[in-house]
Design a protein around this ligand. Structure first.
Ligand SMILES: C[S@@+](CC[C@H](N)C(=O)[O-])C[C@H]1O[C@@H](n2cnc3c(N)ncnc32)[C@H](O)[C@@H]1O
Length: 258
């Protein structure tokens, strides 16, 4: 959990405000709002169109398929928010942006006001970059609009804010927190269809459990996302464990991860 502002204001600029009706009012996001940890404001891009038909898109110069979100409504809406708070951090959701990660979420959790600009159709008039602070991509794939990426960012950031998670959840030991994937979890029953819960978890020995969990996190990360290990801070004991995994793998004696 990170030290950060008591409350974060998220503004979302979108052509589809109703998209957010349900997701912002469920589960952790609802609780965080009720507790005053976050505040959401959904801003309709159409309200910033210049003409009475509220046109917000147009055909691309140079030809080609699809429509492009026009610069005037985007610039007017962003400026409207900046005029209310020049400390607002403006993000354009874009597949061409910096890849969103857990450390990116932690950085955003330190902002007190974030405006998420959702593109749609073929995208936005590129001159919008004169009005934003950064571009964020949630992955190397193309979505229909910036609305789902905005929700991804809001969820990942909000759950890092103190008090947002209930008793049933914790952000302390989750995957990526320490550049490692998290250890596996089990709950009752102890035996299901012949598959038993690892004995150590039933031992009541907290030291053994903590060690087993650390080793499982190292093993999983090594097996599934070895790229993350370069960034993880490993103790000498961790390093020995990882070196041993590599030896086991070469010898073909490593346990299989299901
Ligand atoms: C269909 S996409 C436009 C893609 C654009 N023509 C391109 O090839 O880069 C429409 C909008 O969805 C959002 N979007 C799509 N994929 C995204 C991703 N991976 N991360 C963040 N936003 C995305 C952006 O706001 C984008 O402007």
């Amino acid at each position: 959990m990170l030290g950060c502002w008591k409350r974060v204001q998220f503004d979302i600029l979108t052509l589809f405000p109703e998209f957010f009706d349900s997701p912002l009012n469920q589960s952790m996001l609802k609780r965080a709002q009720n507790q005053g940890i976050v505040r959401f404001r959904v801003i309709n891009l159409r309200d910033f169109a210049l003409d009475r038909h509220q046109v917000t898109d147009d055909r691309p110069f140079g030809g080609g398929p699809g429509m492009v979100l026009k610069i005037e409504p985007l610039a007017r809406a962003i400026t409207w928010v900046r005029d209310q708070d020049d400390g607002v951090w403006v993000i354009l959701l874009s597949p061409q942006g910096r890849l969103f990660t857990q450390s990116g979420a932690a950085a955003l959790a330190r902002q007190r006001h974030v405006l998420l600009v959702c593109g749609h159709y073929e995208g936005v008039d590129d001159r919008v970059r004169y009005y934003i602070d950064e571009e964020i991509s949630i992955g190397d794939y193309i979505l229909t609009g910036g609305e789902s990426p905005a929700l991804v960012v809001i969820d990942a950031v909000t759950r890092l804010l103190p008090g947002s998670l209930g008793d049933a959840e914790s952000a302390e030991e989750e995957s990526f927190q320490d550049s490692l994937l998290e250890y596996p979890h089990y709950t009752r029953p102890q035996l299901f269809n012949g598959h038993a819960v690892p004995e150590v978890l039933l031992s009541g020995n907290h030291q053994r459990i903590a060690r087993w969990r650390r080793q499982q996190a190292l093993r999983r990360t090594w097996q599934r996302r070895s790229d993350l290990l370069d960034r993880a801070s490993l103790t000498p004991e961790d390093q020995d464990f990882v070196a041993n995994l590599a030896r086991e793998s070469e010898a073909g004696t490593e346990p299989k991860d299901k």
